[in-house]
Design a protein around this ligand. Structure first.
Ligand code: ADP
Ligand code: MG
Length: 696
């Protein structure tokens, strides 16, 4: 392997490359665009494009693509070659400034939630200069946003960038009130830890459910699961290690800061965590990470499952979204710091997050609401569907002391804690006793949103976090601006905010039934499923929030609600068809044959007066479940028809949740009961045992 330092970012048109290759004034102009979002003038764009093309060709590229993130949750690309015909049958390699800046993919089949119907059929892509271009598989990738001709977002990234701008604006106002004039930009930073499963490709290929839906729709438990905790952080198997090594190398080449890898709790489950970076880049990188995981796994004879719940009975996969705010002078605003001054600023930002998460808890829940994630949230292996904040005992003590004007014991002082005067003790950055049951946990200098599903894009939840916190900071700045005595106003504001929003802070066990009751008493929302949550996107307070900060227009929000509900319904529809196919074509016939064999054996053995207790008991069990499964299959077929007739998308999603999913569970119950007792050879699919322990 090449030296990692040389390998890293070698396929990226990054800052160092730009500085080396671009004329000085072009480089400077581009820097301005990147830092301040100024429009690139067309002459500069021409020079950048040309230099980018030459560099890309030197890296083996023949094509370029505008790479974007439509509302499907995955990325999209269309390749165009650089070739341009010349006289005499020759070609030259060309790439214009216009081609760099803007593209017009014929992308009319992407979900638009109706936006496209009223405007142009086409959308256009525009270069997001804040995320570097890179070369992959002979193609120059240009990260872009994807909008309609009316300027409405058709992708996940546009709103994310707008939300980063909103929080930047408000955070700067706060910093100025603290007398800070140096900081020019506040960025949100994200490190997204990615969980995934690896299964053997040969076994995978025999499972239609994995192929079509990414999860097992049938399957009885293996004799062994995760009860021994022997997989978690266990030694990594050679084949998996070879995969991880190649994955790291490929990601490093593209400048992805792949850092930590380990086995996760469930057998066959693993995790990769990158070093954090600016949110929109983290979002691009997470997409690359998921893409490469799937691609490289295949090269090693495995398949990477990114579904939130591939296997019943063992842990599912999430994506821990570590989030913080940092200045262009290198200060993490969620780091408490050491001085009273730093502490005061930290507590104000903390108060903003607490207020934001309390007031927009529903939006956070909505941003992680998908059909796949419904199997995880609230299933006592992932955070509950109820959103709350874990601060840890030390910080909660600080918060309590502020609220109650009581002496803060741990500081060793008898005085009451006064912001800007007293220091709070250094909070231990201990991660060992971190509350794994909390959806949103403070971990020393950042928050970790743990509810996000493993296959989801990180864009939407960060758009929500950024915008909600921007709103809180906006209100704070307005109030503090008017204050004659900044320090007392600050103290009062922080105190009042913690007091008003204390209900969202919960340090206890999020898996406990008692928490559900307690949360209800506190008035916290509890949207158990995606169809429960998603319609609230259009609640008035949410629409007002997004419109005020210019993150989503009403049209864009309506479109997003539509797209989310549609994808929920479509996904369940595919699962239903897959389940019916497997039941009708494989499982029912296989069990019919197996019962016939048992019946034959019983007849033969009885004639010879042998005991046939095994055959009789097994036959009776199989026959009973076979009959019930068949009835359940017929019911699902009928209900599926009824569901198809519902035109209102919200009602259709509710119908899936209330009727279709219980139907599917019933079918599975009978199938799994038969798999439990049927002869291995007679069962048409590889078992959970083979899937979970098959990679050696
Ligand atoms: P763990 O949570 O496994 O104990 P860490 O706390 O070191 O490990 O980090 C987990 C993730 O949080 C990593 O992806 C890391 O880069 C990210 N992270 C650390 N600091 C920040 C920050 N200031 N902003 C965003 N993410 C961060
Ligand atoms: Mg973590």
């Amino acid at each position: 392997m090449e030296k990692v330092t040389e390998l890293f970012s070698s396929m990226v048109f990054d800052d160092a490359t730009m500085e080396a290759l671009l004329p000085k004034h072009t480089y400077k102009a581009l820097q301005k665009t990147i830092k301040n979002g100024e429009r690139l003038d067309s002459e500069v764009a021409t020079v950048v494009a040309n230099s980018m093309k030459d560099w890309a060709i030197s890296k083996g590229a023949t094509h370029y693509t505008h790479w974007f993130q439509p509302m499907t949750g995955v990325t999209a690309e269309k390749h165009d070659s650089f070739i341009s015909p010349k006289d005499g049958g020759k070609i030259i390699m060309e790439f214009s400034g216009k081609e760099l800046m803007q593209g017009e993919p014929d992308a009319s089949s992407f979900p638009s939630g109706g936006i496209r119907a009223t405007f142009e059929a086409r959308g256009y892509t525009a270069w997001d200069a804040t995320s570097y271009a890179f070369v992959k598989d002979g193609v120059l990738y240009i990260p872009t946003v994807f909008c309609s001709y009316g300027g409405e977002a058709l992708d996940q990234k546009t709103a994310l960038l707008r939300s980063m701008e909103a929080i930047n604006k408000q955070a700067l106002r706060i910093l100025r009130l603290f007398g800070n004039e140096d900081v020019q930009k506040v960025n949100t930073t994200v490190g997204a830890e990615q969980e995934y499963f690896l299964v053997d490709k040969e076994q995978y290929d025999k499972r239609k459910d994995l192929i079509y839906t990414g999860r097992t729709l049938f399957g009885c438990r293996a004799p062994k699961g995760q009860e021994l905790d022997d997989h978690y952080f266990g030694a990594i198997k050679p084949r998996v290690q070879a995969f991880m090594t190649e994955l790291n190398e490929e990601l490093w080449k593209l400048g992805v800061l792949a850092k930590t890898q380990h086995n996760e709790a469930a057998p066959a489950q693993h995790e990769l965590a990158p070093v954090f970076t600016t949110t929109n880049i983290a979002s691009d990188h997470n997409q690359l990470m998921m893409e490469f995981m799937q691609k490289i796994a295949k090269k090693h004879g495995m398949v990477c499952l990114l579904h939130e719940k591939p296997f019943a009975g063992v842990n599912g996969s999430g994506k821990h979204n570590n989030w913080s705010l940092s200045t262009d002078t290198g200060v993490n605003l969620l780091d408490p710091g050491d001085t009273p001054y730093e502490n005061a600023q930290f507590l104000l930002f903390l108060a903003a997050v607490v207020k934001a998460v309390d007031e927009y808890q529903d939006l956070i829940r909505i941003s992680v609401a998908t059909a796949g994630n419904d199997h995880r949230l609230g299933a006592a292996e992932a955070p509950p569907a109820i959103v709350s904040i874990y601060l840890g005992t030390d910080l909660e003590e600080v918060v309590d002391a502020i609220i109650s004007d009581k002496a803060y014991a741990s500081a060793g002082t008898k005085e009451t804690l006064k912001l800007g005067v007293h220091t709070i003790p250094r909070l231990p950055k201990d991660t060992t006793d971190r509350n794994r049951t909390s959806p949103f946990a403070f971990t020393g200098n950042k928050f970790e949103l743990r509810s996000l599903g493993s296959s989801d894009s990180i864009s939407e939840c960060n758009t929500v976090l950024n915008t909600a916190v921007a709103e809180a900071l906006d209100e704070f700045a307005n109030e503090l601006m008017m204050a004659s005595d900044f320090e007392s106003a600050l103290h009062e504001l922080v105190k009042r905010t913690f007091k008003e929003h204390k209900r969202i802070i919960f340090n206890g066990d999020g898996y406990d039934e008692a928490w559900v009751k307690e949360a209800k008493k506190r008035g916290l929302s509890n949207y158990k499923t995606a169809p429960d949550a998603i319609p609230h996107l259009l609640d008035q307070k949410n629409v007002e929030l997004f419109m005020k900060h210019k993150v989503y227009s009403l049209r864009e929000l309506e479109a997003r609600k539509e797209v989310r509900l549609e994808s929920y319904v479509k996904l369940i529809h595919i699962e239903v068809l897959t389940m019916l196919d497997m039941a009708n074509k494989d499982i029912l016939p296989a069990m019919s044959r197996f019962s016939a064999e048992l019946a034959d054996n019983i007849a033969k053995k009885s004639a010879m007066k042998f005991a046939c207790e095994y055959e009789k008991n097994t036959l009776s069990l199989i026959s009973e479940h076979l009959d019930l499964m068949y009835k359940a299959v017929r019911k699902l077929e009928d209900d599926e028809q009824a569901g198809n007739a519902i035109t209102d998308i919200s009602k259709c999603a509710d119908f899936c949740r209330d009727v279709i999913i219980p139907d599917m569970e019933e079918i599975r119950r009978h199938s799994d009961a038969m798999e439990m007792v049927a002869e291995q050879k007679a069962w048409p699919y590889p078992s959970y045992g083979l899937l979970l322990f098959g990679v050696r």
